[in-house]
Design a protein around this ligand. Structure first.
Ligand code: LLP
Length: 399
């Protein structure tokens, strides 16, 4: 369902009349989320992977950490992937138990690792030999044993924006197979304090082509075999997140068919794996479920351009400035009669990177109009900041 016009008014889900919400909100920028959309995508993903006996979904909290969104994930049976002690605390405050939580991220501090050990989470995804040693030492000092998974860098070449690839040799994430002897040495040094649970990877985000992921899973399995031969059999393989959404299209079927293809590829690659298969999806579950609403403050015509200057910008949604992302932008009230014009939609921040869309054909806009920036449920509010001392946008939940 997600976004649709009903008698010229833009709705999110069946009942989210966005014009009404903005009028009630006096035009202040706000994110609106539709929990039903999240549910239907979560169910489609689980269905697509239904052939795997032992699947665990760990929602990547970084995509959207809204407390009600987190409670919703917990109620659907999802577990969670966090990348900081702050995210871990947020997850634990919103219904997840420690054994639902896995902890990824390249720079875990002593305090963060101690917090993870004390909480007794399911596993820490380890990014370097020094980190593995640090976990071993801290767990030993507490007389505890910590379950770890080794994050491998499968050195593949995913098709996505260069700023969101993580599985290439030049990226800071994970370890290639040449690290294995050193990792095994450290595991053997801490036999009581470090327990190898499995392997993990995450090759990049916003993937619409699954070939690199398939290749990466095959590489992960070969590393898994190598470890087994060395006397370290695993009980889980975590293939990360990464499945994208079709930002350029309102045709949600395209997303659903990608989810199906993903499920088929993962099942084919892992159906004979005996242990637990883990995934860490973020965007594919929440991206379409959110919009960022804003108001036109001014229309400014120069000899070169017409700017629609709105009351939100790169501080609320960084994706266009950071990754040249194209989010569709729709008026909340559609007018068939209005002429089409070309706009640059820009925000209040004192930076030329502060744009939401460039050269966009749109119905003629005027001061006071409300607009929706679409598909902003993932990495929208979670990356927002108050640069220039602007307030953060509100978050409104539709259920
Ligand atoms: N697991 C790990 C270890 C990750 O680093 C990420 C995302 C995910 C899972 C979830 O990936 P997803 O399924 O959402 O693709 N801010 C960027 C995206 C950065 C993704 C960072 N890692 C954007 O707005 O496109």
């Amino acid at each position: 369902m997600s976004l649709s016009y009903q008698e010229g008014r833009l709705f999110l889900g069946a009942s989210g009349d966005l014009q009404e919400i903005m009028e009630g909100n006096e035009g202040h920028p706000c994110y609106v989320y539709d929990l039903n959309d999240i549910r239907s995508r979560y169910e489609k993903l689980c269905e697509a992977l239904g052939g795997l006996q032992n699947l665990k979904v760990h929602y990547a909290l970084k995509a959207n950490g809204n407390p009600q969104v987190l409670q919703h994930f917990k109620s659907m049976g999802s577990c969670v992937d966090v990348v900081s002690a702050g995210e871990m605390t947020l997850a634990l405050k919103n219904g997840f138990i420690a054994k639902d939580v896995i902890f990824s991220g390249v720079a875990k501090s002593v305090q963060e690792i101690n917090a993870a050990i004390d909480a007794g989470i399911k596993q820490i995804n380890v990014e370097s030999p020094q980190e593995l040693r640090r976990i071993g030492e801290l767990a030993k000092a507490k007389g505890q044993s910590m379950l770890v998974a080794l994050r491998m860098n499968p050195e593949v070449n995913p098709v996505t924006h260069p700023y969101i690839t993580t599985g290439m040799s030049e990226n800071k994430f994970g370890m290639d197979r040449s690290f294995i002897p050193e990792l095994v040495r450290i595991l053997k040094e801490f036999p009581e304090s470090l327990k190898l649970r499995g392997l993990t990877m995450h090759i990049g985000s916003q993937l619409l082509d699954l070939d690199a992921m398939e290749e990466a899973i095959h590489k992960l399995r070969s590393i898994d075999h190598e470890l087994e031969v060395l006397g370290f059999p695993t009980e889980s393989l975590d293939i990360g997140g990464g499945v994208g959404i079709h930002y350029d299209s309102l045709d949600y079927e395209k997303d659903f068919s990608l989810i199906k293809d993903y499920g088929a590829m993962v099942e084919k690659s892992l159906k004979d794996y005996d242990g637990e298969v883990m995934i860490e999806p973020g965007r594919v579950l929440v991206g379409r479920a959110g919009v960022l609403l804003c108001q036109v403050e001014y229309i400014k015509r120069t000899p070169y351009k017409t700017f629609a200057i709105v009351n939100t910008g790169m501080h609320h949604l960084m994706r266009p400035a950071l990754y040249q992302a194209n989010h569709r932008i729709l008026p909340l009230l559609k007018s068939e009669a209005a002429p089409q014009k070309i706009y640059d939609l820009v925000g209040p921040i004192c930076e030329s990177t502060d744009f939401l869309g460039k050269n966009r054909p749109m119905q003629e806009l005027k001061q006071g109009d409300f607009l929706a920036i679409c598909d902003a449920g993932a990495y929208g509010f979670s990356m927002a900041n108050n640069y220039n001392h602007h307030a953060l946008p509100q978050e409104i939940i539709l259920d």
